[in-house]
Structure formats: structure tokens, C-alpha cells
Design a protein around this ligand. Structure first.
Ligand code: NAD
Length: 368
């Protein structure tokens, strides 16, 4: 196969993991990295994430066959504009990994309108609470959705070429319209982060006057607020890059809260019962990652590769430890770490399991 030069701009968790996936499937391709942080550049080189580095975009632009921008959203937009001022190969493919898509695709379409380049938005839907190239992991996207959002500059064959380039990620590629991507993610990802943060803020303030608040906070509260521990800078950028859809979800939710408040004021027990019943029914029919059907508070999440017998090997390590459930989180793992979820009855079992897996494998093990 023809050798290609692939440039990765932004060598953090996402850019680093993508680079490792490219090298796995295409060892003959040359992967060149650019990052404004010297620390990221050094780690990326030391870990063999890239074959070479540049310290100026103008050294990378004219030689690249494919450019992947894996920087935060605002820098991604700036980089698109900077690339337009530089020499680029005819028909180079430019793509990004930003968590929102409409703004980035609109900027790409506008800045490259008169250039002979191809541009497609991208959003790999898996992540971690960690960041930077030290956290980069070739298994990060295994079986996760990798969304591609075509632009007017996505000519025929572009998406197939990207999928071929990224085949080593073992992700599930899906193409959807950028605006629809942002609407759907505003509902199932962006707005829940606002809710989790607001609930946490509310409980924190309440705890100042009602000290038992923290003591009594248990599984349900923990589940509702887990994602409030996410990276503040990433979520600030997401909110500011998807304003319309998110504000619309906030207004809709305010109306729903008002409606419930009204039912409580009216003591309308039947309507309140219907409300909870409908929510439960809706959740049960939704194919989301559930806690394997059980409400265990003692879960570990393990990043495992999609290989034969991996789960059997892990179970062998857990011999003698009582498991409550085991579950594989597929497809959409943006807010959870680890594809394999194992639930235990108590913290002691969980700690033993974590130690056994960490000692005998190099898989990342998380406790959320
Ligand atoms: P990260 O912090 O791990 O890495 C970002 C890297 O970009 C850093 O090394 C940083 O130094 C570099 N960078 C910043 N500005 C730059 C610039 N102007 N030029 C070159 N490099 C620059 O972040 P990440 O988690 O890898 O996220 C990267 C992108 O992927 C973001 O747009 C984010 O929205 C998106 N994304 C993140 C997740 C997640 O869960 N972390 C999931 C899907 C998509």
C-alpha cells in the first residue's frame, strides 16, 4: 500500500490514541505530530506515539496526506484558519475530533471554500477522565462509535479513506449531519453535564447549612453527579460551541420542572405516579449502558482489547472473589472509563479485584 504522511495536531488523550491506532494498522505510514505543549511533544515522542515532530504548522501542512486535529474546540477552529494560510497538498483530507460539530464544520466549509482540499468533521465517542499523551491508549475506541459529519468538502471516497486510516481503532463508524449530532449530544451528553454540575452545586451549598447532607448522599446521588467530575475546560468549550441546542434543552427542562412542581402543589398523586412510571418505562426501553441490571455501588471498569479470551483471563484472575455482575459497555462510552464493567458486593472484593488485574495485566482499571 502507498505510504502516507499523517499529521496529528494535538497529541493528548484523543490525538495520541488515534496515532497509536494508525500505527497499529498502518506501520508503513509516517505519523508526524504537532502540539503547542513541549511536555506533550516530549511524551508523544518517548512513547512512540509519533515518528517525528514539528514545532511549526507550516512544516507539516505541505507534506501531509491526512491531517487530524485533536486539539480542544477553540484551538481547533484557530488551526483550521491557520491551515488555510499555508500550502497544502492537493486533495489533502482534514478532519478533527471536537466534541461539538456544527461550528467546526461551518468554519471548515468557509475557510477552505476555495481550496482543493477535503474536509470532514469527526467525533470519536469514547474518553477518559485522564488527559494528555500519557493517557493515550490504543484500545480507547474499541467498539465505540466514531461519528463522522460530512461537509460540502467531503467528496466521494473521503469517508472510506478515513475509515481505512483509522481501522486499527476498531471503532464503529457512523456518519450523521453535524447539526443533528449537536442536537442529539446536547440532550444525552451536554445537558446532563449541566444538570450534574448544578445538582452538585446545590448539594454543596445545602451542606453548608445541613451538615448531614454529605453523610446521607448515597448511590442514587452519586450516580446522578458522577460526571460533574469531568474536565471543566472541555465542558466550558462544549457549552459555548453548542449554545442554541443546549439553551433549548435547558428551557425545555425548566418547563418540565415547573410541571412537576405544579403536580406537587396540586397533590395530584395519580399524575405524579404516571410521571415516574413513564420515566421508568422509557429508561427500561432505552438501550443505554445499564449497571448490568443491578444497583451495585462497587464497580470497576477495565479497558480491555477486543481479543479472544481476554474476559476469561480476567475472570481467572478474579477466582475466589464474589462477582455480582459483569457487563460489556459497548458503542457509547464517552462518559465512562473502561469497556468491561464488573460489579462486586463490597469494597473489599472490589479492591482485591483491582489489585489482581493491575498486578497481572497492563490494562487500565478505574473505579468511578
Ligand atoms: P487533551 O487535553 O488530552 O489533549 C489536547 C492536546 O492539544 C494537548 O496536548 C494540548 O497541548 C494540545 N493543544 C492545545 N492547543 C493546541 C494548539 N493550538 N495546537 C496544537 N496543539 C494544541 O484533550 P483530549 O481529551 O485529547 O481532547 C481533544 C479533543 O477531542 C477536544 O476537542 C475534545 O473536545 C475532543 N474529545 C474529547 C473526549 C474526551 O472524553 N476527552 C472525547 C471525544 C472527543
Amino acid at each position: 500500500m502507498e505510504n502516507k504522511i499523517i499529521s496529528i495536531i494535538g497529541l493528548g488523550l484523543i490525538g495520541g490514541s488515534i496515532a497509536l491506532g494508525i500505527k497499529r494498522a498502518h506501520p508503513d505510514y509516517q505519523v508526524i505530530g504537532y502540539d503547542t505543549s513541549e511536555k506533550s511533544r516530549t511524551i508523544a515522542m518517548e512513547r512512540g506515539i509519533v515518528d517525528d515532530l514539528v514545532t511549526d504548522l507550516k512544516d507539516l501542512a505541505p507534506i501531509s496526506d491526512i491531517i487530524i486535529i485533536a486539539a480542544p474546540i477553540k484551538p481547533t477552529i484557530d488551526i483550521l484558519k491557520q491551515l488555510d494560510d499555508l500550502d497544502l497538498k492537493d486533495q489533502v483530507i482534514i478532519t478533527d475530533t471536537g466534541s461539538t460539530k456544527s461550528e467546526i464544520v461551518a468554519v471548515g466549509e468557509s475557510v477552505f471554500a476555495n481550496r482543493s482540499i477535503r474536509f470532514v468533521g469527526g467525533h470519536p465517542m469514547a474518553g477518559s477522565h485522564k488527559s494528555g499523551p500519557l493517557a493515550a491508549d490504543v484500545t480507547l475506541f474499541e467498539n465505540a462509535y466514531y461519528i463522522l459529519t460530512p461537509s460540502v468538502l467531503t467528496s466521494e471516497g473521503t469517508i472510506e479513506e478515513i475509515q481505512d486510516l483509522l481501522t486499527g481503532l476498531n471503532a464503529r463508524f457512523i456518519r450523521i449531519d453535524a447539526d443533528e449530532h449537536d442536537r442529539v449530544t446536547s440532550q444525552i451528553s451536554h445537558f446532563p453535564h449541566i444538570l450534574a454540575a448544578s445538582l452538585m452545586e446545590q448539594a454543596g451549598d445545602y451542606a453548608l447549612e445541613h451538615e448531614m447532607t454529605n453523610q446521607f448522599a448515597a448511590g442514587g446521588f452519586r450516580d446522578m453527579t458522577r460526571i460533574s467530575e469531568s474536565d471543566p475546560s472541555m465542558w466550558t468549550s462544549v457549552l459555548l460551541s453548542n449554545k442554541t441546542a443546549i439553551l433549548e434543552r435547558i428551557t425545555d427542562f425548566q418547563d418540565r420542572l415547573d410541571a412537576v412542581a405544579k403536580l406537587i402543589v396540586q397533590s395530584d398523586d395519580q399524575a405524579i405516579w404516571d410521571y415516574f412510571y413513564h420515566a421508568r418505562d422509557t429508561r427500561q426501553q432505552m438501550t443505554i449502558h445499564k449497571r448490568g441490571g443491578v444497583e451495585s455501588s462497587f464497580d470497576i471498569f477495565v479497558d480491555i482489547p477486543d481479543k479472544e479470551d481476554v474476559i476469561l483471563d480476567i475472570l481467572e484472575l478474579l477466582r475466589g472473589i464474589s462477582l455480582v455482575n459483569i457487563h460489556i459497555n459497548e458503542k457509547n462510552r464517552e462518559d465512562i472509563n473502561g469497556i468491561l464493567q464488573i460489579s462486586f458486593k463490597n469494597r473489599k472484593d472490589l479492591e482485591r479485584a483491582k489489585q489482581a488485574i493491575s498486578e497481572h495485566t497492563d490494562y487500565n482499571v478505574y473505579i468511578n
